[in-house]
Every structure is written in structure tokens, then in C-alpha cells.
Design a protein around this ligand. Structure first.
Ligand code: HEM
Length: 181
């Protein structure tokens, strides 16, 4: 069932990738709204990771492990719904811009190909973090199992560091890439 659905989607994806589908031109106002939403989503996600990794993580070091882990257990459920929203907006607005402004991936510059590849990698890492270490952190905190909670938090910190580095790099190349010539 799943594989036949994927097979059916495959030629469609290939046509879209090659720019063979002609989407109506949406005009400068709509394009600027899409780009504004895209940029805001990037700011929320990457800026949130920067604050968590560079400020909050260091500020909680003097706290007792139990208090520190419980604090992260209250911070993540408030931040992660925004990350899911940012992922949806980045994908929706990014692909809308590719299909309408650039006429498909074939017409898009190298910076957009890199953004798409690295952005998709960031999203995959976030999904892994959410259903892996974050789920383990919640379960461990509910049982009061601090060593397991600390191990899960360690994995979240590593994945956030990778995604923060990728996010800063992607944002820099996305903003400057149009001038590469
Ligand atoms: C984590 C993922 C992503 C981040 C952090 C990100 C970030 C950005 C940023 C900062 C810009 C520059 C806005 C500006 O100042 O002009 C941009 C532009 C853009 N992004 Fe993304 N993006 C991501 C994923 C994607 C994806 C998956 C696509 C879909 C292919 C995409 C397509 C685009 C397009 C078409 C532009 C306009 C580029 C141009 O006209 O030169 N982005 N992105």
C-alpha cells in the first residue's frame, strides 16, 4: 500500500524536480510573504536553539541534576511545538518559492539545493531527537530515573549542537547564495 503510493508519487516528484510543472506566477507580494514566513520560521527554530545551547545550557550548570533535568523537561514541551510549526512553514514556503519563483529545482541555484538538502537533514535529526532521546527523557523523568534522564538529555544536547551548526550555516548560505553569480 505504502510502496504503491510512493511509486505513484515518484514520477510526479521527478517532474516537479525537473521543473516540468508550470505553476502560476504568484506575483511579488505573495513571494515576499512566503519569503518573510520562511525567514521567520528559520529565526524561531535556529534562534531558539542558539538561546538553548549558548545561554540556558550554561546558566543551569550550577543547579542540582534533578532540578536541571526537570527544568529541561518543562522547557522542551514549550519549544518543540514551535519547532514542528517552523518545520512545516519552512517546507511549505520553501517548496512554494521553488515551484513558483524558480520554476522547479532545475531552475534553482546551488544555494537552494544545499538549503534543501541540509534543511531536510536538520528536520530528520529533529524527528529523531523528538521520538528518540526526548521520549526517553520524558519517560525517565516520569519514573524519577535521573541517570537515564541525564543520558537522554546528553543526546538531545549533541543533536541540538549539530542542528544549530547546520542551521547557522544554512541561514548564512541561504541569505548570501543569490549573489554567488
Ligand atoms: C532548516 C531549514 C531551512 C532554513 C534554516 C532556511 C533558511 C532560509 C533563509 C535564512 C533564507 C534567506 C531569506 C532571505 O533573506 O532572502 C532562505 C531562502 C530560501 N529558502 Fe530556505 N531554509 C530552509 C529550508 C528550505 C527548504 C527545505 C527549501 C525548499 C527547497 C527552501 C527554499 C528556499 C528558497 C527558494 C529561498 C529563496 C532563495 C532565493 O531566492 O535566493 N529552504 N531560507
Amino acid at each position: 500500500m505504502m510502496s504503491s503510493a510512493l511509486l505513484a508519487l515518484h514520477p510526479l516528484a521527478a517532474i516537479v524536480w525537473a521543473g516540468g510543472v508550470s505553476f502560476a506566477h504568484i506575483g511579488p507580494t505573495m513571494s515576499s510573504v512566503l519569503l518573510a514566513l520562511h525567514t521567520l520560521a528559520a529565526i524561531v527554530w535556529v534562534g531558539g536553539m542558539f538561546f538553548a545551547h549558548m545561554a540556558l545550557r550554561l546558566a543551569v550548570v550550577p543547579m542540582a541534576p534533578k532540578d536541571r533535568l526537570e527544568l529541561w523537561g518543562r522547557v522542551f514541551p514549550r519549544f518543540f511545538p514551535w519547532v514542528w510549526l517552523a518545520v512545516a512553514v519552512l517546507l511549505g514556503s520553501g517548496w512554494a518559492l521553488v515551484l513558483t519563483v524558480h520554476g522547479g529545482m532545475a531552475g534553482a541555484g546551488l544555494h537552494i539545493h544545499l538549503m534543501n538538502g541540509l534543511g531536510t537533514l536538520m528536520m530528520a535529526l529533529f524527528v529523531l531527537l523528538f521520538f528518540g532521546p526526548y521520549a526517553r527523557l520524558r519517560r525517565a523523568l516520569a519514573k524519577g530515573d535521573l541517570p537515564r534522564a541525564a543520558a537522554a538529555q546528553g543526546w538531545i544536547r549533541r543533536i541540538v549542537l549539530v542542528n544549530l551548526s547546520l542551521g547557522l550555516f544554512v541561514s548564512a548560505l541561504a541569505a548570501g547564495g543569490r549573489y554567488w553569480g
